[in-house]
Design a protein around this ligand. Structure first.
Ligand SMILES: Cc1cc2nc3c(=O)[nH]c(=O)nc-3n(C[C@H](O)[C@H](O)[C@H](O)COP(=O)(O)OP(=O)(O)OC[C@H]3O[C@@H](n4cnc5c(N)ncnc54)[C@H](O)[C@@H]3O)c2cc1C
Length: 627
């Protein structure tokens, strides 16, 4: 039996979104990897909303895919509806979102993981770590098994000392119907880590056969659905609709009858919840002037009647939830499969981590996902992928793989977490990224695939595809910059899109500066351009889109890139880890304390620590002899 567990390069604890990406990346990079999770059939389970992507999160999924992670491919294989959000805004804001088949998502993940040769599985509950000096060397499980490994990644999600709340009832659990993880928090605290509590919640699941959909507003998927992955996953041919509806004063009044039993309002839940994903009772309380709140009614899959009521998350008593639900238009006869609930769990403030997601305290121990205080499958998956990659690089004695804030949302995510920490569940927004014009969903492969290929994750096929794409983008960009168009050729088109007609010959790229004019449309009217486009033999739509975006937004993009380049010089002014900050009396006391706690690796990182002022940075630059 124990023969099976000869020493691994890496053990990943927990097969959620973070753990699955971590295990896949590490094993695909050649590390002998063991994924220990409580139930293999629940890998990458969508604990809450059956959806991937959305604003800023869609960009993260594209980045995961561009780096050779699996979330994009699996999302494509299991989606039931696709929408590109924010299409009316500039391309920096476009965000792909998929409604997923919850069960199929997990099934596809399991199949993908089981097809990775270097990856073993063990179903068990990890309760402790094996530590030698200040290094992790393995884990112990509830079955009293010790398994050795050179590196360990913890991705326990919402399971650490998880407590589920429904009204006045509360019981242990990591998710409804699943056991909590007990022991690890206590062990980590004994090793000197600090932990805290957070909470999150989920809505009722409704039997779709009992909903009157004719009373709801239908929301169809995009006419031309796209995909998340840069590989050749096919787009959807048919889609399932989602629906919209609203709560009302009557619904709110019923919900209020349960407030005295609300675990949040009476103070039984101490953890802080996600600000941007509040429960319905929170919304009623916080926005008491609003007499209705929007709800998204989302199917849970292709072949199920289960319906997810997005926006109706609650931990009120189950009878109050049902009564209130039945006052919503279309839900008068609703039966539910299970009530909504809240869950409180431990997390570890992420300022205890280095850029590679390895803990500062224990060598070769990495944390990824919700354990770091984030919320969301995409944020978790991204961290898992980076932890998996970095664990392997550590084993190889190679430089860590760190993405800059100007290179990826994933870079923003990790820099925010380890530099600023978080005291509420952290989710990604486009507003968190100062270089969002650079970090678009359309160019994640151009930004990241080659980097991933160099460290041995993204395969040659991906690299060749992106190289071809770049070559063709450059070719068409050059062509439209040099091609002069006769005014009369575009009269009909410009008239159709309400744009003034041309008075003289102009270069094609200059007409694209007009907001109404799209490259895709011009192809129809200019045969020469069409024959150039026809020479493209792969990813045509993506190439046309990219050329169009670059032509329209070149100035903004260049300005942002210049700024990123200027600022990046501070990212390369490195700080030694043994600087005695407390001895630099010209730095404010608060800044000294923060610098000592975070131990930034560069002046750039130091400047982003809250409490460290520009004058503290000047002193620091003088101290290290750079000013
Ligand atoms: C009720 C609920 C509501 C949520 N609501 C939202 C929301 O509204 N919006 C949002 O963005 N996110 C929400 N989330 C969070 C979202 O589910 C997580 O962000 C995401 O799943 C985190 O991924 P993860 O991989 O870190 O952990 P998880 O997906 O939680 O996976 C953890 C995995 O580790 C395994 N595991 C844990 N401990 C051990 C152990 N000791 N030994 C072996 N295996 C272990 C578990 O079995 C599980 O498979 C919600 C989660 C829950 C539970």
């Amino acid at each position: 039996m124990y023969e099976m567990f000869k020493e691994y390069d890496l053990i990943v604890v927990g097969g959620g979104h973070a753990g699955s990406e971590a295990a896949a990346a590490a094993a695909n990079m050649g590390a002998k990897t063991l994924l220990i999770t409580m139930d293999r059939h629940k890998v990458a389970q969508m604990s809450c909303n059956p959806a991937m992507g959305g604003i800023a999160k869609g960009q993260i999924v594209r980045e995961i895919d561009a780096l050779g992670g699996l979330a994009g491919i699996i999302t494509d294989k299991s989606m039931i509806q696709f929408r590109m959000l924010n299409k009316s805004k500039g391309p920096a804001m476009w965000s792909p979102r998929a409604q997923s088949d919850r069960d199929l998502f997990t099934k596809e993940w399991l199949e993908a993981l089981e097809n990775i040769p270097n990856l073993d599985f063990w179903e068990d509950n990890v309760i402790g770590l094996l530590i030698e000096n200040t290094k992790v060397v393995g884990v112990k499980t509830i079955m009293d098994i010790e398994i050795k490994a050179k590196t360990v990644i913890l991705t326990n999600g919402t399971f650490l000392n998880g407590i589920i709340h429904i009204g006045e009832k509360h019981f242990g659990g990591g998710r409804i119907g699943e056991k909590a993880s007990i022991g690890l928090t206590e062990e980590l605290i004994s090793l000197g880590f600090t932990s805290d509590r957070m909470k999150t919640g989920t809505p009722v699941r409704v039997d779709g056969r009992t909903i009157n959909f004719s009373q709801l507003i239908e929301q169809k998927g995009d006419e031309n659905p796209r995909t998340f992955s840069y590989t050749d996953t096919p787009p959807l041919k048919t889609q399932r609709s989602c629906y919209l509806t609203y709560t009302s004063d009557e619904v709110h009044n019923i919900l209020r009858t349960g407030f005295d039993k609300s675990p949040m309002f009476v103070g039984r839940i101490k953890g802080i919840g996600p600000r941007y994903c509040p429960s319905i009772e929170d919304k009623i309380e916080r926005f008491s002037d609003k007499n209705k709140h929007q709800l998204f009614i989302e199917p849970e899959g292709w072949n199920t009647n289960e319906i997810y009521v997005n926006g109706f998350s609650s931990s009120l008593p189950e009878d109050v939830q049902l009564k209130a639900l039945r006052k919503i238009k279309g839900f008068e006869k609703a039966k539910i499969f299970r009530p909504g609930y809240a869950i409180e769990y431990d997390f570890f403030p992420p300022t205890q981590l280095q850029y590679n997601l390895e803990t500062k305290r224990i060598e070769n121990l990495f944390f990824a996902g919700q354990i770091n205080g984030t919320t969301g499958y995409e944020e978790a998956g991204a961290q898992g992928l980076m932890a998996g990659i970095n664990a392997v690089l550590k084993l190889r004695n190679e430089k860590p793989f760190i993405l800059k804030r100007s290179e990826a949302y994933i870079g923003v995510l990790i820099d925010d977490l380890i530099t600023k920490g978080t005291d509420e569940p952290y989710r990604m927004f486009t507003s968190r990224a100062e270089y969002r014009t650079l970090l678009r969903q359309d160019n994640a492969d151009i930004r990241l695939t080659e980097k991933s290929f160099k460290i041995g994750l993204a395969d040659k096929k991906r690299l060749e595809k992106v190289q071809y794409k770049i070559k063709e983008i450059n070719r068409i960009t050059k062509y439209i910059a040099n091609y002069s168009i006769n005014p009369s050729v575009l009269d009909q088109y410009l008239n159709k899109v309400n744009s003034p007609s041309l008075k003289q010959k102009v270069k094609l790229n200059s007409i694209l500066l007009r907001p109404q004019v799209q490259l895709e449309d011009l192809i129809e009217y200019i045969p020469d351009l069409k024959s150039e486009i026809d020479k493209i033999n792969c990813c045509k739509q993506e190439i046309i889109e990219e050329v169009g975006i670059m032509a329209k937004y070149e100035n903004y993009i260049n300005k942002e890139q210049d700024l990123a380049n200027k600022i990046s010089k501070y990212e390369e002014v490195y700080l030694k880890q043994d600087i005695d900050y407390m001895s630099i009396s010209a730095i404010s006391y608060e800044a000294r304390e923060k610098l000592l706690k975070i131990k930034p690796t560069s002046i750039g990182q130091a400047s982003r620590i809250s409490g460290v002022s520009p004058s503290d940075i000047s002193v620091l630059l003088i101290y290290i002899g750079k000013l």
